[in-house]
Design a protein around this ligand. Structure first.
Ligand SMILES: Cc1ncc(COP(=O)(O)O)c(C=O)c1O
Length: 369
């Protein structure tokens, strides 16, 4: 794969193809019919990835992923609703923070960062509190790379007659999610993750019936997905200035996604990247934080070497000088660093990145791994 230096092994922004970057060399007017067709085509293709065309609307939103998560909660949870937030990492904590800031009633269930939330946990929690209206879940918790068992949890929530909001930011496009089998009110993702676009827009797949009943829920003008959708459905245009170049890049990235073979092929490449990464790092003695059974092929958390000569900042700078950008750890109890498996990279780049890591550890004389 040909990429421009440096190679980002991060969970987004991530390495994009030259073709995707090239698509940003055109300026688009927001009133231009061709641009509006581009947006419509994008939404249609995004919905198709989750088989959601009949049941959901795709509502795009300017901003980073968190903007879309906040907009989804603000729009789809009524002001008298109550959210059960399932937490096993930093992004789950952020969901709770959003509920707090928006003034939505919520409770939390927190498990360890290396423990998936289970359907049995959710069943017990819903039995214990009938005032809960919505459950919010992170699919792949990017702070570690852990995968939560979405289909099982979704079935329990549906059985209880409650509504599900899924933050699938780092999994959508690579891990299968089928709206015909996994009932959800909202699934949220963004342009610069597994679809390999550039950052700048999020999108929410909102259940048609939930969205139809969401008028006036939102605390915010700009983040109101009901208004955003209604305006777009009526005019074909974004309500406020669209991220034109981001839309064009994502459209181009989706063409490549489909040429590659869609979700199964994307999943295969990332799973293979992840396997190469784990195997090559283990040859250096670097251990992953999660067992393989709960590791999503998205990002891997590694224990940092114990040697006092190891400092993340220096390690990061030296690996960067060799052309690879790693990611800091996000755990409070254990010192770690992370390496992404996603983006326009394949096994050859993963191997080369680990070779760079090995050279750097030798240069730093880090022995105690
Ligand atoms: C699971 C998850 N949720 C939310 C976000 C927040 O996205 P952003 O940093 O684009 O606001 C991220 C970012 O990586 C994420 O991985």
């Amino acid at each position: 794969m040909s990429t421009a230096e440096p190679i980002l092994l991060t969970p987004g922004p991530l390495t994009t193809s030259a073709r995707t970057r090239q698509a940003m060399m055109v300026d688009w007017g927001s009133w231009d019919d061709r641009f509006n067709q581009l947006t419509a085509s994008l939404c249609e293709q995004l919905l198709a990835i989750v088989n959601g065309t009949d049941s959901h609307h795709c509502v795009p939103l300017q901003g980073s992923g968190t903007f879309a998560v906040e907009a989804a909660i603000g729009t789809l949870v009524p002001r008298d609703g109550k959210v059960l937030v399932l937490i096993n990492g930093a992004y789950g904590k952020r969901l709770a923070k959003i509920c707090e800031v928006l003034g939505r009633s919520f409770s939390t269930f927190e498990s360890a960062e290396d423990e998936p939330t289970t359907a049995a946990d959710v069943d017990r929690l819903l039995r214990a509190d009938n005032s809960i209206t919505h459950v919010a879940l992170i699919h792949c918790e990017t702070s570690t790379g852990i995968l939560n068992p979405l289909p099982d949890i979704a079935q329990v929530i549906a059985r209880h007659g409650k509504r599900l909001i899924i933050d699938a930011m780092s999994s959508f496009g690579a891990l299968p999610i089928d709206a015909r089998q996994v009932p959800f009110d909202a699934l949220i993702a963004a342009s610069g993750k597994c679809l390999e676009g550039v950052p700048g827009m999020g999108f929410v797949f909102a259940s048609k019936s939930a969205l139809a009943n969401a008028a006036g829920n939102s605390h915010s003008l700009a983040m109101d997905l009901f208004d955003q959708h209604t305006y777009m459905a009526r005019t074909g245009q974004w309500r406020f200035t669209p991220p034109t170049h981001v839309v064009a890049a994502l459209h181009e990235a989706l063409l490549q996604y489909n040429e590659e073979g869609g979700l199964p092929a994307r999943h295969r490449r990332y799973a293979s990247n992840c396997q190469v990464l784990l195997e090559e790092m283990s040859k250096l003695g670097l251990r992953s934080f999660l067992p393989a059974s709960i590791q999503a092929p998205i990002i891997v958390t590694f224990h940092a070497p114990k040697d006092p000569r190891y400092q993340f900042k220096e390690f990061y700078e030296r690996v960067k000088a060799k052309g690879y950008i790693l990611y800091p750890g996000k755990l409070t109890q254990v010192e770690t660093f992370r390496v992404g498996c996603i983006g326009h990279v394949n096994g050859i780049e993963m191997q080369a990145a680990v070779a760079a890591v090995a050279e750097v550890l030798r240069e730093m004389e880090v022995l105690d791994i």
